[in-house]
Design a binder for this molecule. Structure first.
Ligand code: AMP
Length: 608
């Protein structure tokens, strides 16, 4: 669509908002029925593909009625994982034009972030993927503007980053899903429809060098500071990353603002330089104002940075749940009283749900499933009984159920059937049903299922680890002038007995005594029965806390970016077995502590 057509397509802002809200009210009212229609559309569109033919043989789905279609589909087609379909996607990537997974030829592949499982995965991307992104963004924007209205024509300071795109052997374009979206017409349409425009031109978003992009995002965000209505990124990590950089860069940024220049030491890419130099001009008054503010902020350790520098910003918007929760504290520090609005829930494979309660603090946010985006199934999960010694898995599973049958309070793993050729695909996310919006469930994100610390009979999820680290870091901030910057963990089973290692990067000074207490506190805070029993009997050794030098987690980020990850999708792996990352962590460790949490119990056992 050309930009004239984009303009025609865009109506009045509030009628747009009403349209998208009433559309969602309608589809969520009859979510169970809409899901069956969605499944039917997916199966009709992809009827006769190699994958479906294998399971459906010659059955004509047109003749199968509503609920019977769901039952037939789930009885014939097995659950799948990425490993099952990887060879098929690889054939498509290599140029096989036969209808393998979809009838429509796939021309684009997305890369999942890979930061949670250590390896990036190819996922088909189609026009439908970009359209659902636009639809969920519009829906979220409509709900947000009801409580935090923004000025039409205002600016968004967006810390967004495309990754490099490349071609596969078969000529398909590969990049992250966010990259494809930023390059799509839908990204343009979203700005027009919501009447809010990003500060940075596309050359800044797609420079491919996140440090240079961050500098330019900040510079343009400062130059337009009076017009900025809200600040956003895909994941909260990127906002924290950008403002941490700002603490170092503000003096240089002020020189560029005063003189209308662009630092030659910071910004080297010619295309990027040209695109920014074309739109900036000297503004000495603004530079002086920012300098005064920054000097004040420096004394406050940058508390309230966002409202001070961007006085018209109404809120900060980003994914703040799941593995982003640890960055909330820092985000609140920068945002002071400005509302933090937690963004929607999705994956490279499919968007899943929208946050319809923007006022809720990120800790309490739920996501209403959008029943037109994919066909969703839910595998009921039950935590293993405390005295169960079986190590094979973390949860007991039951048969998957459709969206219409989920129950409040129950945990599930999500299964997707998408328009892009994934059939009964296990996403690997654990969610809990927190309630309903009309007939569609509202989900609470719990954790990635496979991200797990385990040595023997113990099992601790990402969420368990997060809780424990929070307790340790509370102690750190209350007893020392220091804060936790980032963390990860590793189950060391190479030495006997195996034990957990938690790596901390901290800012500020902390005495050894305090760090020892933090280590002990974390060890004692794991409540998993398997862990507690194993610690008591010393079949798991004392928890080890490693303090790494400043900048270590930046090295980890650079390692992932160097391997093709995009900053927009980056999530620090909270538990790792990746040898390169472990090497970085161990080389950068400056102090090690071993927990004494269970020492007394061991002494008691020995005396008995
Ligand atoms: P990606 O590999 O970039 O496709 O990441 C997708 C994964 O990020 C999902 O499967 C979730 O585990 C996580 N994720 C996405 N959105 C959210 C959210 N709103 N809250 C928590 N985790 C999320």
């Amino acid at each position: 669509m050309e930009s004239a057509a984009v303009n025609n397509y865009c109506n009045n802002k509030s009628s747009n908002e009403n349209d998208v809200v009433s559309w969602f009210e309608g589809v969520s009212e009859n979510a169970g029925w809409v899901q069956i229609q969605t499944l039917r559309r997916i199966l009709e569109l992809n009827h006769g593909t190699e994958y479906l033919k294998k399971w459906f043989k010659d059955i004509e789905i047109e003749e199968v009625e509503g609920c019977a279609l769901e039952a037939l589909y789930t009885s014939l087609v097995p659950l799948s994982t990425h490993a099952d379909i990887e060879p098929l996607i690889q054939r498509v990537a290599d140029g096989d034009t036969a209808p393998v997974l979809t009838q429509q030829p796939v021309t684009t592949l997305s890369l999942s972030s890979g930061t949670t499982e250590g390896r990036q995965k190819y996922v088909p991307f189609t026009r439908h993927s970009a359209q659902t992104t636009l639809q969920i963004f519009r829906l979220a924007a409509a709900y947000i503007s009801r409580v935090y209205p923004t000025k039409e024509g205002g600016r968004i300071l967006e810390f967004i980053y495309s990754s490099k795109q490349y071609k596969t052997k078969g000529g398909l374009t590969v990049g992250t899903a966010t990259t494809h979206y930023y390059n799509s017409q839908e990204f343009k349409i979203k700005q027009e429809k919501t009447k809010s425009f990003t500060c940075s031109p596309k050359e800044v978003i797609s420079s491919g060098d996140y440090k240079q992009s961050t500098y330019c995002h900040l510079l343009l965000g400062l130059l337009l500071s009076d017009q900025v209505e809200f600040i956003t990124s895909t994941f909260a990590y990127s906002i924290v990353q950008a403002f941490t950089a700002f603490e170092e860069l503000w003096k240089e940024l002020c020189i560029d603002i005063r003189e209308g220049t662009l630092s030659t030491t910071r910004i080297k890419l010619p295309k990027l330089r040209k695109s920014v130099l074309d739109i900036i001009s000297p503004d000495p008054n603004l530079a002086s104002k920012i300098e005064v503010n920054c000097k004040e902020l420096e004394d406050l350790d940058w508390f309230g940075l966002i409202p001070k520098i961007w006085p018209n910003a109404k809120y900060v918007y980003s994914i703040m749940t799941g593995s982003m929760q640890p960055y909330l504290k820092k985000l609140r520090h920068y945002a002071k009283d400005l509302p933090l609005v937690s963004a929607d829930y999705g994956s490279t494979e499919s968007w899943i749900g929208a946050n319809l309660d923007p006022c809720l603090p990120p800790e309490r946010v739920t996501f209403a499933v959008i029943p037109t985006f994919s066909y969703f199934e839910f595998i009921p999960l039950y935590r293993r009984k405390q005295n169960c010694n079986k190590v094979s898995d973390d949860f007991i599973e039951e048969e998957p159920i459709p969206l219409s049958q989920v129950k409040v309070g129950q945990e599930y793993e999500i299964v997707l059937t998408t328009f892009t050729g994934l059939y009964r695909y296990r996403l690997g996310d654990v969610v809990e049903v927190a309630g309903f919006h009309n007939g569609t469930p509202k989900l609470n994100f719990i954790c990635r299922r496979k991200l797990l610390l385990t040595v023997n009979i113990d099992k601790n999820t990402e969420k368990d680890l997060q809780i424990v680290v929070e307790k340790g870091s509370e102690l750190l901030t209350s007893k020392a002038k220091a804060e936790l910057v980032d963390f990860t963990s590793h189950a060391d089973v190479g030495n006997q007995p195996g034990h957990y290692v938690i790596y901390w990067e901290i800012k500020g000074e902390a005495e050894e005594r305090v760090l020892k207490d933090c280590c002990r506190e974390m060890d004692a805070s794991f409540v998993d029965h398997g862990y507690v029993v194993s610690r008591r009997t010393n079949s798991i050794g004392p928890l080890e806390l490693c303090i790494v030098e400043r900048g270590t987690f930046k090295k980890i980020l650079d390692y992932f970016i160097g391997n093709g990850a995009a900053l927009s999708q980056f999530k620090t792996p909270r538990c790792t077995t990746n040898q390169v990352i472990l090497k970085i962590l161990n080389v950068c460790t400056t102090k090690r502590f071993h927990s004494t949490a269970y020492d007394q119990i061991k002494e008691q056992i020995n005396t008995i």
